[in-house]
Design a protein around this ligand. Structure first.
Ligand code: NAD
Ligand code: GLY
Length: 362
C-alpha cells in the first residue's frame, strides 16, 4: 500500500492506494466518529462490490445504511440528491454518521455534496472505484451536481476524511471508462509534470492492459500531483484552476450533447486538444507538440476531435464556465508541454477558428 497525504493542516487526510484495500475496514474505522455509516453507491457498483465492502465493515461492528442510486451522469441532479436525503432521514442518520461514497466520480460528487449539506455537514469518506475517481475526483473536495444550463454548477468544497483507492477494482471497469480516466492522468503530465508525460508515453500499452504495477504508479503519481495543487490552493483562487485544462471546452461538449452522451474524460481529451490548438495558434506550442499530444490520447483510446456544436453554441456554453470573471472567459492553455497557465488574453478570432476547424487539424 502507498499513502499520499493531502496537506491541509488540521484537515489533512490520507489517500491509501493499493490492491485489495476494499476489505481493509481497519483503515476506515479510525475516521468514523460513530459505528453507523451510509454507503452511497449506484446499481452497477453495488452489484459488484457492495456486499464485500459491507461485510468488511459489518465484521468490524459498523451498521450500514446502503443507498443505491441509478447509474449515469444524467442522474447527477437535484432529484438524485434529494433521494439521498430521503434515505438518510428515513434511516435516522445523525450528524456523526459518516457518508461513504463507493463509486466513480458521479457517486463521489453527489455523495460529497450530500455530506456537505446534510445536517450542515457530516463526516465524508471516498472509496473511488473508477480510474478517473482514483486519480482526480475523489481527491480535493470538489462536490457538485449538474444544472441543465451547466455542468457541476451547484456544489460545495468539502474535503473527505480519507480516500481508499483499491486498484483491483479497476479490473471490472469497461475499457471505455478506463480510457476516460486516462484523460485525467495525461492531464497531470501536460499541465505540470513533463517526466510523467514521458512515462505515460512509454507505458500507455501497459496501462491499457491494466498492468497492476503500472496502474498503481499512475494513480499514485496523479494523486501526488493533485494533492500538491490542492494543498497550495484549496479553493481555486489560482493554480488549482490549471487542473481544468480542456474542461471549459469539455464541459461545453458534455452540456451541449446532453449529460452522459460523451463521458467526462472523453470530453476532456477532445477539449484539451482544442486548448492545444489555440495554444499553437498563439505560438506557444509547435505543431509537432500538438501531434505528440494527439498521439498519446489516441493510444489511450480517447477522441481528439470535438463534436461540431457550432461556434456560437460553443461560446454560449463556455460562457457558463466557473472561471468566467466579470463576464470575461478565461481559459487554461499550455505555455509548453508540462506547463499550463490561465489567461483571458487570447484573440476571439483565434478561438473561433479553432472551434470552426476541428476536423482539419490532426
Ligand atoms: P462514473 O461515476 O459515471 O463511472 C463510470 C461508469 O463506471 C459508471 O457506469 C459506473 O457505474 C461504472 N463503474 C464504476 N466503478 C466501476 C468498477 N470498478 N467496475 C465496473 N464499473 C464501474 O464516471 P467517472 O468517470 O468515474 O466520473 C465522472 C464524473 O466525475 C463527472 O461527473 C465529472 O464531472 C466528475 N469529476 C469530478 C471531479 C472533482 O474534482 N470532484 C474531477 C473530475 C471529474
Ligand atoms: N478536477 C479539478 C479539480 O479538482 O480542481
Amino acid at each position: 500500500m502507498r499513502t499520499v497525504t493531502v496537506g491541509l493542516g488540521a484537515r489533512a487526510y490520507p489517500i491509501h492506494i493499493g490492491e485489495g484495500l476494499l476489505a481493509r475496514a481497519d483503515l476506515i474505522l479510525p475516521h468514523l466518529p460513530q459505528r453507523k455509516v451510509s454507503v452511497i453507491t449506484n446499481s452497477t457498483v453495488a452489484a459488484l462490490y457492495l456486499d464485500k465492502f459491507s461485510a468488511a465493515l459489518r465484521g468490524a461492528g459498523v451498521e450500514i445504511v446502503p443507498v443505491v442510486l441509478p447509474d449515469g451522469e444524467e442522474h447527477k441532479n437535484w432529484q438524485t440528491l434529494n433521494a439521498i436525503f430521503d434515505a438518510l432521514l428515513s434511516n435516522r442518520c445523525e450528524r456523526k454518521s459518516a457518508i461513504i461514497a463507493l463509486g466513480g466520480g458521479v457517486v463521489g460528487d453527489l455523495a460529497g455534496f450530500a455530506a456537505a449539506s446534510y445536517q450542515r455537514g457530516v463526516p465524508f469518506i471516498q472509496v473511488p472505484t473508477t480510474l478517473l475517481a482514483q486519480v482526480d475526483s475523489s481527491v480535493g473536495g470538489k462536490t457538485a451536481i449538474n444544472h441543465p444550463l451547466g455542468k457541476n454548477m451547484i456544489g460545495a468544497f468539502y474535503q473527505p476524511r480519507m480516500v481508499l483507492a483499491d486498484t483491483a477494482m479497476l479490473d471490472t471497469l469497461p475499457a471505455r471508462e478506463l480510457s476516460a480516466g486516462l484523460a485525467e492522468v495525461i492531464k497531470y503530465g501536460l499541465i505540470m509534470d513533463l517526466p510523467f508525460l514521458g512515462w505515460l508515453e512509454a507505458n500507455i500499452g501497459k496501462l491499457n492492459e491494466r498492468d497492476p504495477a503500472a496502474l498503481a504508479y499512475a494513480v499514485t503519481r496523479s494523486c501526488e500531483n493533485k494533492a500538491a495543487v490542492v494543498a497550495a490552493d484549496e479553493r481555486e483562487t489560482g493554480e488549482r484552476a490549471l487542473l481544468n485544462l480542456g474542461h471549459t471546452f469539455g464541459h461545453a461538449i458534455e452540456t451541449g450533447l446532453g449529460f452522459g452522451t460523451w463521458l467526462h474524460g472523453e470530453a476532456v481529451a477532445a477539449g484539451t486538444m482544442l486548448a492545444a490548438r489555440l495554444s499553437e495558434r498563439m505560438g506557444l506550442l509547435t505543431h509537432a507538440e500538438v501531434r505528440r499530444m494527439a498521439d498519446l490520447f489516441v493510444r489511450a483510446g480517447l477522441p481528439v476531435e470535438a463534436p461540431s456544436l457550432g461556434q456560437d453554441r460553443y461560446l454560449e456554453l463556455m460562457g457558463h464556465d466557473k472561471k468566467v470573471e466579470n463576464g470575461k472567459l478565461r481559459l487554461v492553455l499550455l505555455q509548453s508541454l508540462g506547463k499550463a497557465y490561465m489567461t483571458s488574453d487570447f484573440d476571439l478570432r483565434d478561438l473561433r477558428e479553432v472551434l470552426a476547424g476541428t476536423a482539419a487539424h490532426v
